[in-house]
Design a protein around this ligand. Structure first.
Ligand code: ZN
Length: 184
């Protein structure tokens, strides 16, 4: 078990486009160890997703395990396709940007084509909250952070510290998703 240090916003690796891996690399012992370390780190921080650049490895690899998901997803070399451009908004958090939340709108349904940990091609379609989780996570592989996508920051209401989010904005969220917390 090895918990890795998480790169925080301002660290250059978070702004680089991550390199894709070959099938031989994906199935190598080194990458197997990295995946295990990433799960150890994700569990320790109680997050729902983690991208390799967040642990200082500029590789196109992300792991995602959100509530209600039967088993965690291990994603290599993803390609993302928007299936429904209708925007949905969630207050997002990020382990690389501690203590903050920001309201981000993203397409509500996407397909992700990727390689799994055996380097086999896979495809998954996600909508609703999981669609936001996948898009947030895969953004990390392209050097994008959710704060880049927060709108009207100068309005002062859509980027918040977590404490003030809980105090002033949590009750703004409507419906079944009001308890969802995005921290990856
Ligand atoms: Zn993140």
């Amino acid at each position: 078990m090895a918990i890795r240090k998480i790169a925080r916003m301002g660290t250059p690796v978070l702004r680089k486009k991550a390199r894709e891996l070959s099938p031989a690399e994906i199935t190598s012992p080194e990458i197997r160890t990295l995946i295990q370390d990433m799960f150890d780190t994700l569990n320790d921080y109680d997050g729902i997703g983690l991208a390799a650049p967040q642990v200082f490895e500029s590789l196109a690899l992300a792991i995602i395990h959100y509530p209600q998901d039967e088993e965690p997803k291990i994603i290599f070399n993803p390609k993302i396709t928007v299936l429904d451009e209708t925007l949905q908004g969630y207050w997002e958090g990020c382990l690389s940007i501690p203590e903050l939340r920001g309201y981000v709108e993203r397409p509500r349904k996407v397909r992700i084509d990727y390689l799994d940990q055996r380097a086999k091609p896979q495809s998954i379609t996600v909508e609703g909250f999981p669609a936001t989780v996948f898009q947030h996570e895969l953004d990390h592989l392209f050097g994008v952070l959710y704060v880049d996508r927060v709108k009207n920051v100068l309005g002062g209401t859509l980027l918040s510290f977590t404490e003030e989010y809980a105090r002033y904005h949590l009750s703004d969220e409507q419906g079944e998703d009001s308890s969802e917390q995005l921290d990856d």
